[in-house]
Design a protein around this ligand. Structure first.
Ligand code: FES
Length: 109
């Protein structure tokens, strides 16, 4: 699969998240406080909750339901109750467009 345009860069506000769906995969697209763009799986691993409805703080996003914060860099939860990571996807920026290929997980090694 090739990367799909998911939104315009200008649609993303600093320290906020947007839920998009690509090929049936729910993805949380985040612009952090450094204006870096991240893409992680949108469904919290503790429950069926959209992480895009949570709170962006630095390079983390906190699930609004029970407070687990997930690293936007690794997808790992930093505190309970969630203990399983969410996937992290590679993001491509071309001009004002944000592209994501949900079949390509970011290399975290
Ligand atoms: S549903 Fe996200 S921490 Fe519980």
């Amino acid at each position: 699969m090739t990367a799909i345009r998911v939104c315009a860069l200008s649609e993303l506000e600093q320290d906020s998240a947007l839920r998009v769906e690509v090929d049936g995969v729910a993805i949380c697209v985040v612009k952090d406080s450094n204006d870096d763009i991240h893409a992680i799986g949108d469904v919290c691993t503790h429950g069926d909750v959209s992480l895009a409805d949570g709170f962006v703080d630095g390079d983390t996003i906190e699930c609004w339901a029970h407070g687990s914060a997930f690293s936007l860099l690794s997808g790992r939860p930093l505190n309970l109750p969630a203990y399983e990571p969410v996937p992290v996807f590679a993001v491509q920026i071309q001009g004002d467009d944000v592209f994501i290929d949900p079949s390509v997980k970011k290399d975290l090694s």
